[in-house]
Write a protein that binds this ligand. Sequence first.
Ligand code: GAL
Length: 701
Amino acid sequence: MTGNGTTDRTDGATRGWDRTGPPSRSRWIRWPEGTHNRAPGDGPHGPIAFGGDYNPEQWPEEVWAEDVRLMREAGVNLATVGVFSWARIQPDPDTWDFAWLDRVLDLLHENGIAVDLATATASPPAWLTTAHPEMLPVDRTGVVLGQGGRQAWSPSSPHYREASLRLVEQMAQRYGDHPALAMWHVSNELGCHNGRSYSAVEEVAFRRWLQERYSTLDELNAAWGTAFWSQHYGAWDEVQPPRAAPSFLNPTQQLDFARFSSDALLDQLRAETEVLHRHTPDVPVTTNFMVMSHFSGVDYATWTPGLDLVSNDHYLMAHDAESYVELALSADHTRGLAGGGPWMLMESSTSAVSWQPVNAAKPAEQLRRNSLTQVARGADAVCFFQWRAARSGAEKYHSAMLPHAGTDSELWRTVVGLGADLQALREVTGSRVVAEVALVLDYEAWWAAELDAHPSAVLRYRDLAQDWYRALWDRGVTVDVVPRGTDLSRYRVVLAPLLYLVRDAQAEAFEEFVHGGGALLTTFFSGIVDEDDHVRLGGYPGAFRDLLGVRADEFRPLLPEQTVAVSGTLGAGTGTLWSEPVRTDDAEVLLTYDDGPSAGYAAVTRATRGSGHAWYAGTHLDRAGRDAVVDGLLAGVTAPAEATDGVEVVLRRGDAGEYLFAINHTDTDGQVHAEGTELLTGASCTAPTTVPAGGVVVLRR
Ligand code: GAL
C-alpha cells in the first residue's frame, strides 16, 4: 500500500445493513394472477413491467373507469399508486380514509393491472408540519423550508418518523393481502428535496452519528484535522452541521455531513422496509433512485443491500445534445448498483418535464429509443411519471402517458406502440447484460472531489466519467458502472477516472486486479486522499503511485480556457483542466506535454504489472486522445457486434438465448452485423441487419 492511508473506517456491516453491495435478498415483482399482458412466452421475470405513477386521488372517480380501460389498451400492467396521497389517506391525526384506495386497488386488480403500492410517506400533510414545525427541513443558511411544496420533512425528525411509520403500518396491514399488490414502493426519490437539512433535529442526529463513527472526540478532532484554523472541539455539543460560515468549511466535516445525510435517509428507508418485511415477507420492496447526471445527494451503494430490487428514475437534460450517452451511463450505473441483475425503470418522461428552464418536448421516436435502450441495458420495467397529465398543481405541464389532448394524439399512439413493443420483447426479462469492462463510479469520491478549496473548482466528477464512458460507448463496448467494493475479477478492463478519495480496500482491489492481468485506467486527481480526506503523502497520485509507476510533486491545474499540446506514441492532441508534471518510475511514457506548465513531462503512461497494465492520464485528453487510450486499454475487448456509426449495440444473455439490441441514433438507416429473429417485427434477418433511421432492432440469436 502506498501513501499513508488510514485503516478504512466504515467498510463492513454497520447499522444493521451491509455497507455496500447489491440487494442481498434479491426478489422481482410478484406478478399477481391474472396480470394483463402476462403470456406464456414471458421471460423468467414475467412480462416487462409497463406503466407509471397513477394519482387517481387528483381526479373525480368517474375518470377512473376510463383510466383502466385506456391502461389496458396501452398494455399497461403495473401502476404505482399512492405516492403523494398521505393527506387523502389520513386527513387528520385520528382519521383514516382507505375506502377510495380500496376501490382503486380493486379496480386495477379487476383489470389485471398489478400495483406497486407506495407507502405514501413522501409528502407529509399540512396538519403534521403545522403541529411539529421542528420537523421541517432547514437550509444551510438557516431558512426553514415550509409546507406548500412536497417532501417538507427533515430526515431524522422523530415526529416525522413516528407519523410515517404509523402510516406504513396501516398500509401494510390493510393491503398486505390485497391481490393486486405486486411490490412496495418506499417513499419517493428519498432526498430529492430534503437530502441535506441543517435543522436542530439534524444537529442532534449528526452528533449521534459522529459518536458512532468516532468513539471519542479526540478521534473526531484527528479525522477532521481540527488543529487547523482553531477548530478544535472540547465537547460534543460544540459540533454542528456545516452551516453557512464566513470562510471555507472544514472539508471532512462536510464529507461526514454528506455521509450522515445519506445515512439519515437510509434510516428512514430501513425503518419503512422493516415494517413492510414484517407484514409481507414475500413482497419485494424498492425505493426509486435518482441515478442521473445531476444527482449526487446520497450514496446508493449503501442503500442497495437492504432493498429487494433496484429501481431508478431517469430524466434527460434538454440541453444535452448527446443525452443518449448520459442515459446509457445512468442505466449501466443502475444495473451496477443492482449487482448486474435486471432493474426497474420506475420513472421517466414520455415527453417534456416541467422543471428545467425550457422543457423541450421529446420526439416520438426518441421516446421509443430511450425506453428500449433502458431495456437493452437491463431494465425489465419501463414506467413513467405519470399515467394521466395533471390539470392542476405544479406539474400540470409535465408530460404523461395520457396527455391533456387525450387519445387523439401522437403521444398516445406512441405510448400504445411502446406497449406493443414491450410485449414483443417479453421473453428477454431475467436475462443479464454482458460486460467485460467496468467503470467505478463512487458517490463518496464524487462528494469529495467537488469539495471547495481544491486546486481547481471546475472538475466535475460525473462529467469526466462520462467523457471516458463516451469513448467506450462509441466503440459499442458495454460497461458495468459499479460502486466501490465491487468484485473486479470478472472484468478485463476497469476505468476509475478522478477517483480523488480512495479507501485503502479499494486501492488494494485495484492492485490485485492489475496484478491478476487486468487493465486499469485512472486519471489526475485520483488516489489523493484517504476516507478522512487527508492527503496521502509522498507525492501524487498518492494511493496509486506504485501501481502506476509514476510520481508528481505538483498538480498544475489549467485555467478554464487553457489547453496544452501532447504528443507521443498514441498520437498528438491536447489536454485541458490539468497538467501534472509526471515523472515515471518504471512506467512507459505514451504521451508527453509539448508545451504548457509541464512541458517535457509525461502526460499519459502505462506500467506493466505481471500480465496486467496500469494506465495513467495526467491531463484531461481531448476526445481523440481518450479514444487512443481506450483503444489501447481495451486490447481485444470489442462490441458484441459491429455496427455503423451512431448505432448502439448491447447484448443481454439469458437461459433461453441471447438478445442483441441495436439502437440507431442517427437519421439515416444503419446496420448491425448480426442475424436472428427480430423480436419487434418477427422478421428473420440475415447479417447485416438494417437498423432503420432512429429505430431499434432486437435480434434473438
Ligand atoms: C420525479 C418525481 C415525480 C415527478 C417527476 C417529474 O422527481 O419522483 O414525482 O415529480 O420527477 O419529472
